[in-house]
Design a protein around this ligand. Structure first.
Ligand SMILES: NC(=O)c1ccc[n+]([C@@H]2O[C@H](COP(=O)([O-])OP(=O)(O)OC[C@H]3O[C@@H](n4cnc5c(N)ncnc54)[C@H](OP(=O)(O)O)[C@@H]3O)[C@@H](O)[C@H]2O)c1
Length: 226
């Protein structure tokens, strides 16, 4: 049985991806910030971890020691504008630090720490959810307003291309999941998390032919420019 680790698996795209992998008979290690109820399944292992905690992230890695991991999906992230009442998230020093820790630093540190697990897995793949907002190619005024989220995604793109350069035996791909109806995407988004997850599941499980190394693709598999 193959194993996938999915971060932020309690809601949104992460939950939809976890369900898709479980349905296909994979073992899913669901990394969630707080202990939460997820649909019962014998192939589901729930691991509570605040990925920005300097104690909890190494403790998670320790708990997973020796477990072959075929695929890591770095999905957890936060937006820079959590609610209309909290529009200071692009200016407040502590919130900015938390944002970069979640969106940029944690995915790279988790991937680095799980290299031994990935090296004994069969797929040897790290997928990191990014965004067109983190590209210079799609730069526009809205992205400048949300510079913090956009910059955190541009930085994770760089971090995970660097990961690919430094670990030639592991593939590292960035995916833009599209604008989805989730807490980050809001209710006006055209896509449901389930629709995006169905496409991304196909890309990931057929990654040998559908995912390039050290590049970013959209949820349909089309290559995007950084
Ligand atoms: N939605 C969109 O339109 C869109 C567009 C482009 C890219 N993306 C990207 O797609 C991915 C999934 O987004 P989504 O829309 O599904 O977001 P979401 O519904 O807001 O879910 C975010 C997930 O990240 C988790 N998380 C946040 N901080 C964490 C931490 N410190 N430790 C552990 N988990 C943490 C959240 O856990 P809690 O429940 O504990 O907060 C939640 O499970 C993200 O990388 C996002 O940037 C989304």
């Amino acid at each position: 049985m193959k194993t996938v680790v999915v971060t932020g698996a309690n809601r949104g795209l992460g939950l939809a991806l976890a369900k898709a992998f479980l349905q296909a008979g994979w073992k899913v290690v669901a990394v969630v910030r707080h202990a939460v109820e997820l649909p019962a399944n014998p192939n589901l292992q729930v691991e509570a971890c605040d990925l920005t905690s300097a104690e909890q992230l190494p403790a998670l890695v320790q708990r997973l020691q020796g477990m072959p991991v075929d695929i890591l999906v770095n999905n957890a992230a936060v937006y820079d504008w959590p609610s209309p009442q909290q529009d200071v998230a692009s200016t407040d020093f502590n919130q900015l630090t938390q944002l970069f820790q979640t969106n940029t630093i944690a995915p790279k540190l988790l991937a680095d720490a799980l290299v031994p697990n990935l090296q004994v897995g069969t797929d040897k793949l790290v997928v990191t959810m990014s965004s067109g907002m983190g590209t210079y190619a799609e730069f526009e005024n809205y992205h400048a307003v949300h510079w913090a989220y956009s910059a955190s995604k541009a930085a994770v793109n760089y971090a995970m291309v660097s990961f690919a350069e430094l670990h030639r035996d592991i593939k590292s791909t960035l995916i833009d999941p599209g604008w989805m109806q989730t807490e980050i995407g809001g209710p006006d988004a055209p896509l449901s998390a389930d629709e995006s997850a169905a496409n991304i599941f196909k890309l990931i499980t057929e990654h040998a032919s559908k995912l390039p190394n050290a590049k970013m693709v959209d949820y349909g598999g089309g290559e995007m420019h950084f």
